[in-house]
Write a protein that binds this ligand. Structure first.
Ligand code: MG
Length: 378
């Protein structure tokens, strides 16, 4: 072709020129578990992104609850809109730190593929059922299982056969207490760390937004939060509360990203990374909020937990979702013939029955689960 066309190799060379030396470069990818030919136009991460967007689990995200039950209202988030918000924020932050936007976007688009129906409540119910078998449930792990095993796109390999870097980015390198998983590098790539924090910024901002719009939270009770006072005090509250809420949420996101940029830039200066290996081996994550700001975030999280997730109207929906998951799980254990084909095949191939049932239920949308449960005579 002529000089107007820029193929994959040229895009890879451009990455080497414009990205930071500690970015994850497409040309240096550790590759796929099942080797495939390179694409003439797209880098390995661009191709991974396209595979995620075209997979069925991605399309089902639109029918999964974030906090409000899907269809509760036209303007509330579902897991698909949440995923898009995380992807957009991840790209922006990745661009600011001159690391790989395609990789950050792909990790973001796949980070919630393994989430159960009915939001956090669904995840809790699933964890409870798994405990009965001495197992556990964690949606990050399930997202990895979706792309590695459950999705089918080729007769030659299971899953989507994504690059090592995307799959690595889907695991939590630290647990909530900040301890390391011994089998993993100390930290994820910078791109993975960016997605992790973008997820937190997105859900805090939009849960607050949805809570205010849905009338679950009132602006007055929010004023007990220092962070909220900081972002809302300078905005004149006019007759139209909706515009005021939008402006305050926008200011909140700016405040969170602003702190993240300042703290992370300082941490990068301390780590002084030469390659992504230095990012992974650093004694602390490069992408983070400052300690003082983390306390304000913790206060916001606690507030949301007490005022929103425990609010009776939300708690009723959550309890209903949990019951549905428990009901379907118990029914399928007792009547495994009702498990659909692909999961039957997994059991025939040696997957324990409770794992196949977990995989089937975790993939359901809220509506599918509600309808399935209705068909079961209690
Ligand atoms: Mg998320």
């Amino acid at each position: 072709m002529n000089s107007f066309f820029h193929g994959r190799q040229e895009i890879e060379n451009r990455e080497k020129k414009i990205l930071a030396p500690f970015a994850t470069f497409a040309a240096d990818s550790r590759g796929r578990e099942f080797p495939e030919k390179d694409d003439p136009q797209r880098t390995i991460f661009q191709r991974d992104r396209d595979r995620v967007i075209h997979c069925r689990a991605y399309r089902r995200l639109k029918g999964k609850t974030q906090v409000f039950v899907a269809h509760h209202g036209d303007h509330f988030r579902n897991r698909l809109t949440h995923t898009m918000e995380v992807a957009q924020l991840s790209r922006d932050i990745a661009r600011n730190f001159a690391v790989n936007e395609d990789l950050a976007e792909t990790i973001a688009l796949s980070h919630d593929l393994g989430h159960t129906p009915f939001g956090h409540a669904g995840q809790d119910a699933m964890a409870k059922m798994m405990q009965k078998f001495g197992a556990h449930f964690e949606h990050n792990e399930q997202s990895r299982r979706v792309v590695e095993v459950l999705e089918k796109k080729s007769p030659h390999f299971p899953g989507l056969n994504l690059s090592w870097e995307v799959r690595d980015g889907l695991q939590k390198h630290r647990n909530i207490a900040g301890k390391f998983d011994k089998n993993l590098s100390q930290n994820g790539s910078l791109e993975a760390q960016i997605v992790d924090l973008s997820d937190q910024i997105s859900y805090l901002a939009h849960d607050l937004d949805d809570g205010l719009r849905g009338g679950i939270l009132s602006p007055d009770e929010l004023s007990e939060l220092e962070l909220w006072r900081e972002v809302s005090s300078r905005l004149s509250r006019q007759k139209n509360d909706k515009i005021w809420i939008s402006a305050a949420i926008s200011a909140l996101i700016k405040k969170m990203t602003g702190d993240l940029f300042a703290e992370s830039a300082a941490r990068l200066q301390k780590i002084n990374p030469k390659t992504v290996a230095d990012i992974r081996a650093a004694a602390f994550p490069a992408i983070a909020f400052s300690p003082a700001f983390s306390q304000k975030i913790a206060a916001l999280r606690k507030f949301l937990f007490e005022k929103m997730y425990k609010n009776p109207s939300i708690a009723i929906q959550s309890a209903r979702g949990q019951k549905i998951i428990e009901k379907i799980f118990s029914f399928l254990l007792e009547f495994p013939d009702a498990i659909p084909d692909p999961f039957q095949k997994m059991i025939a191939d040696g997957t324990p029955k409770f794992i196949a049932i977990k995989d089937f239920i975790a993939g359901m949308t809220d509506d599918f689960a509600i309808e399935f449960a209705q068909k079961i005579k209690s």
